[in-house]
Design a protein around this ligand. Structure first.
Ligand code: THG
Length: 802
């Protein structure tokens, strides 16, 4: 069948296939049954389905392995054999007329700290699945319906470990971002950093809804992209899931993505061979050229929540330097004790002051960096959005911290020290982590620009021989001390300019080094910052709390055409007053209002678990009642988190960490509350319905309900209606909460509602899940529909009349 990589660069468009599960249902797959296990016992049904798509015009067919990881299959299943067998069936159907993609869906697990598994464990599970897919003869691996960049990253790492097949990864969004809070910009930057061959979007609410994502991909990606929409938004009619778009409408709307530069197109849920045939027809005779990508960053550093572009016309990123124990005895002592409160406070303070990235350096005597660097990185990831710059001389610490990072942080740094590039270069390449290249080699400091450029050139050649792409390299211009080496400033400026003009490489430096030994260091630093920006500096490691520095940077960016219409400058400094004529500057005031509310409420909102007990004790000591602390501080705090979540300012990680903090506070207050109130709690029985093994959403709802004072009895997943109703009856539940993720299993909710009525229970039934709509809830006679975890609390309160 030829080489899929070549097909990705030629002028042809690639039509993949459509939905598999619904077609298998027509061939005997029962609702809720695993399509992969069905495929093992009904190989002819799989081959026949693939053939239908090939006849419809698919150039790529997708093996029946979406749920083929050990987390999705029953214990004891031979994962490698199953995937090999399914890939083999696809290969058999395709012969040499079509490419075969091995499908890898999400495992249903969240990477720690959101969930229980580690990135390494996810990689191991994907490795097993991909071994089978590669052995079965796949031409590429395609990740589909992914909603967390960390899991998508694990999938890519696993592919690289097993084989050199091309990798495609498709993400699913709910509105502006994926479930764990990544906007399309974040996902595409992380995937490009990882060197993924084809970057996609699938599922969702149909081609119209996907337009925005397609536009972002088109502007930002130089990698080919893939769109795979559903046949519109699913509706339930007479107990059947119905997708509203017929083949013609679907094909016409999906084909429009080719105008945006899509290389590959196909359909997800609700599409059939007729949809694919119509799509292939709508695309026939059209060709593809790699689109220009006007917004592609020169280099991108990304967390789950944010991507920061460096180089070109991007604003200069201030990398906040304060999480560094050098000269900070208190921080050093905490890090030795394995505590992070001070470091987390520095993180918040620097974010409020306008840092774009946070440098994380835990190097101090007695600190075990190999544990502390990943430990702190994990805590930071839980609490705030900014990407990290992992700063250490210890290669093992950097390795562990990279494995603790969900996206693509900056690694600081790789120098010319013997062995360092060989050790860390491939690691950064595989993790898609951009890194700072530090022009230090041997014992002699490179003082002149020529000496620095020679070392940089050597390291670039070494990086190239290790197949490390240029887009991951940020050069340190090496700020030395101007008071001892007079040419130190000029050497930096020349290095910055040369990197940019001759090599197209972005640069960074540790700004404050320049002014050691001089008085008024702030003046020297700010002036040097302005000069470096003039030479094209992309980022500076500095203290963002120094107003003079931030003001200088913002003004320079207007002057250097790095701030369109002076938008950022005006936003930040419109109310500015000169410090020489008295008065503060606007940003400080803005930072204050952001921190509104009492410290206790803020501790919940920001998830500052470590501070909470102390704050509660202080409030109790002031004579406040436990009930008022709960109702006036903790609950308003979690309510505000809920509101921010709904406004899409907060995402799942923040919701979870706030809920955890709230829970800890509640646990602390609970024994005291019992003394003052004897009120019965409302009781709710929660379950994911029979046939459905997804419990992420349900678990989040359970946590939120507990935080709001409900007694929650969690029956787990795949629970038959009879058991749910039995439990509700025995435990005298006030509410039954039901969750289902799939259109095929949500119909099971109706069984529970019917049984509740038959037995005459007074419990109210609340339903929710990704595809469950208010109209569906009403149609099956449920008492409430919860749109998300926050809404579930609101609905539950309304149901008990509270
Ligand atoms: N290049 C790269 N990485 C670097 C540096 C660099 N990392 C470390 C350093 N240089 C940049 N970071 C700091 C951090 C703190 C200080 C200076 C540079 C500093 N600390 C004060 C002190 O030591 O007295 C403490 C002041 C405070 O409280 O903030 O000045 O060049 N790639």
């Amino acid at each position: 069948m030829g080489d899929f990589r070549k097909a990705l660069t030629d002028a042809g468009l690639l039509v993949f296939d459509g939905a598999m599960g619904t077609l298998l249902q027509g061939r005997g797959l029962a609702p809720g049954q695993s399509p992969e296990l069905f495929g093992l016992s009904h190989p002819e049904a799989i081959v026949a389905t693939h053939r239908e798509y090939i006849e419809a015009g698919s150039r790529v067919i997708t093996a029946n392995t979406f749920g083929g990881s050990r987390y999705k299959l029953p214990a004891g299943t031979d994962v490698v054999a199953l995937n090999r067998e399914m890939a083999h069936l696809a290969r058999q159907a395709a012969g040499s007329t079509a490419f075969v993609a091995g499908s890898v869906g999400p495992t249903g697990q969240f990477v720690a700290p959101l969930g229980k598994v580690t990135l390494r464990e996810l990689v191991a599970a994907f490795v097993e699945q991909i071994r089978g897919l590669a052995a079965g003869g796949c031409d590429l691996i395609v990740g589909e319906t992914h909603f967390d960049v960390a899991e998508a990253k694990a999938l890519v790492l696993a592919c690289r470990e097993v084989c050199d097949l091309p990798v495609a990864v498709c993400m699913t969004y709910e509105g502006a971002a994926s479930l764990t809070g990544s906007a399309p910009e974040v996902f595409v930057d992380v995937m490009e950093n990882l060197g993924v061959d084809l970057i996609g979007v699938n599922c969702g609410a149909g081609p119209d809804d996907m337009r925005h994502v397609g536009e972002v991909y088109s502007r930002r990606l130089s990698t080919p992209f893939f769109v795979k929409p559903n046949a519109g938004m699913p509706r339930l009619e007479n107990g059947q899931t119905v997708f509203p778009m017929g083949p013609e409408e679907f094909a016409e709307k999906t084909a429009r993505f080719a105008d945006l530069g899509a290389k590959a197109l196909s359909g997800c849920c609700g599409t059939t061979p007729a949809h694919i045939a119509a799509l292939a027809k709508a695309l026939s005779g059209r060709s593809w050229t790699r689109p220009e990508a006007p917004d592609r960053p020169v280099l991108a550093v990304a967390s789950r929540a944010l991507t920061v572009a460096l180089g070109g016309k991007s604003p200069c990123a201030v990398i906040g330097e304060r999480i560094n124990p050098t000269g900070k005895a208190e921080l050093a002592a905490e890090l030795v004790a394995g505590e992070y409160a001070k470091a987390l406070a520095f993180a918040e303070e620097q974010a409020a002051a306008g840092a774009s990235i946070l440098d994380v350096n835990v190097g101090a005597p007695m600190v075990d960096e190999t544990k502390t660097l990943p430990g702190l990185a994990l805590e930071l990831t839980k609490r705030q959005r900014l990407p990290l710059c992992l700063d250490s001389n210890n290669a093992e610490a950097l390795t562990n911290a990279l494995w603790a990072s969900p996206a693509t942080p900056l690694v600081n740094s790789i120098s010319g020290e013997p062995g360092r590039m060989e050790l860390l270069g491939p690691l950064c390449r595989d993790h898609g982590a951009p890194f700072i290249l530090l022009p230090l080699k041997g014992r002699k400091l490179p003082v002149t620009a020529a000496e620095r450029l020679a070392i940089i050139e050597e390291l670039l050649a070494q990086a190239e021989s290790l197949r490390i792409p240029r887009r991951l390299i940020l050069v340190d211009a090496l700020a030395l001390t101007v008071s001892s080496k007079a040419e130190a400033g000029l050497a930096c400026l020349e290095t910055i300019r040369h990197c940019r003009e001759a090599w197209g490489l972005p640069t960074v430096l540790g700004l404050s080094n320049i002014s050691f030994g001089l008085p008024a260091r702030e003046l020297v630093n700010a002036a040097f910052f302005a000069m470096c920006l003039g030479a094209g500096l992309a980022a500076a490691i500095a203290n963002p709390n120094v107003a003079r520095l931030m003001e200088t940077g913002a003004a320079c960016e207007v002057l250097l055409d790095r701030d369109p219409q002076a938008g950022r400058f005006i936003e930040r400094y419109a109310g500015w007053k000169s410090s020489s004529s008295g008065g503060g500057s606007a940003p400080a005031a803005a930072a204050k209002s952001e921190e509104g509310g009492s410290p206790l409420r803020q501790a919940v909102i920001k998830g500052r678990r470590a501070e909470l007990d102390g704050l509660i004790d202080a409030a109790l000591a002031e004579g406040r009642s436990p009930a008022s602390i709960l109702s006036e501080e903790l609950i308003p705090g979690i309510m505000e988190v809920g509101e921010r979540y709904e406004r899409k300012e907060f995402f799942l990680p923040q919701l979870l960490v706030a809920a955890e903090t709230m829970r800890a506070g509640f646990t602390r207050l609970e024994p005291l509350l019992a003394e003052t109130s004897g009120a019965e709690k409302a009781r709710i029985v929660m379950a994911t319905v029979e046939g459905d093994i997804h419990d992420i959403g349900k678990n989040i709802v359970c946590l939120m309900l507990k935080n709001h004072g409900f007694e929650v009895i969690d029956l787990g997943k795949d629970v038959p209606a009879a058991r749910i109703v039995d439990e509700a009856q025995q435990r005298k539940a006030d509410i039954i909460g039901l969750s289902a993720l799939m259109t095929t299993t949500m119909v099971r909710m109706e069984d529970t509602v019917r049984l509740v009525k038959e037995r005459g229970l007074t419990a109210k039934v609340m339903v929710g899940g990704a595809v469950v709509t208010a109209a569906f809830a009403k149609s099956i006679g449920a008492d409430a529909h919860a749109a998300d975890a926050v809404d579930a609390v609101r609905q539950a309160k309304a149901l008990i009349g509270g």
